[in-house]
Design a protein around this ligand. Sequence first.
Ligand code: ADP
Ligand code: MG
Length: 455
Amino acid sequence: MSQPNYDYYDFWKEALSQIKIELSSQEFATWFSRIDYNSAKEDTIILSVPSKFIKDQISQRYSTLIKNTLHDIAGTILTLDFIVIKKTMKEQHEVEDTPIKQSRSIAKKRKPNETNSYSFDSFVVGDNSSFAFNACMAIAKNPGTSYNPCLIYGGVGLGKTHLIQAVRSYIKGNLSELKVVYVTAEAFTNEFIQAIGQSKTTPFKNKYRKVDILLIDDIHFLQGKESTQEELFHTFNDLYDSNKQMIFTCDRPVSELKKLTARLRSRFERGLNVDLQPPNYETRLAILRKKCINHNYVISDDVLDFISKNINTNVRDLEASLTKLIAYSKLLNKDITIKIAQEQLKDSYSLNRDHSIAIETIQKAVADYFNLSYIELRSKKRTRAIAVPRQIAMYISRNMTDFSTTEIGYDFGGRDHTTVMHACQKIESLIQADSSMDNTIQKLMRNIKEYKRET
Ligand code: ADP
Ligand code: MG
């Protein structure tokens, strides 16, 4: 691992991607496309900007945001220094004139690179995602023929955007005569509202009704937005009648969307609905291995095992953990050990823990899942039908809460803490041996979070 010392460039890149999420795309393009990473020394990152005016504006508006973001990523306070490097007349013209319009075109130019990473090749397929992956691949190869519309649903960070963007880039690369439009439901809504405000709904309608493939991300955003729903309903019908392909993504099954008109719901439910589940241990490990290759970085197997075991929420968290460790390792020029991983990721995996989840909530959710009564789960009965669910509930209590094994034992009918420790070890080895156990546990943990939200 021969990485340059003090390589802050990764921190900067990661900070940019986080800031991009926080700001509107316009604001981000206006200011951040003008900043270039220049160099770093000691604990200072030096950024270059094309003029003093821009330097002043950016330091005034964004210094704190940039510093805080860098602090979160690097785990240490970094200082910023801006230097002015005048661009050639041509470059300057590009960035300085008519800020919004120009920066939009810059954002546009950069887009293909950004979205290139969202390809089928870079997607690691596991049991959790093979159905969705194959459906998207089949659609990309033969849009509009089968699986129309297709709706992919699943929790945050599981690869929904990645998959539909992969469809988009596949079509752009292989079927470039087809017109493909990707839009988030939020952008679609904003554009529609703007079109109404300016009495320009015809261009809007033309834009979305004259496409071959329409990809709309995060349709849960449309809840409660009645006129946008109405507009999408008509767009849908037009495209559907002319066999144009549509793919939507959503953070939950359509049946669970509230404040969605019945007729639009029934449109979404037409065609194919597939879910993306969180990846199991093996898939998490495979994803990490692939990302290490992409980063051109070697991390030992025991560290990858540690991350895969502890970061079990979604791929986004998995990626963020890896980026953090790699940046740390480059910065300090140290190989990553389990100890370093433990320290650096402490906050991320304690996010999985929740002080406010009661053991009782966990017991109820587990009992429900296995069709047992909550009293039975806490009882002294030792039949296998009860013993395993009880051990699962103990394991989950240990993993999702901060209660000690003694406290957990107490809540399970006054059992000894060694019983809880034994249960945790046993479930752990079952998870290792059988990925369906991992899936069950993940599912239960999600149910428990839901229970908590509802109560
Ligand atoms: P969602 O849209 O479901 O919230 P994203 O598609 O944005 O999730 O995925 C979050 C991050 O994880 C992205 O950087 C994406 O590339 C990555 N990712 C998700 N699933 C996979 C996968 N199966 N293989 C490789 N990378 C993945
Ligand atoms: Mg997404």
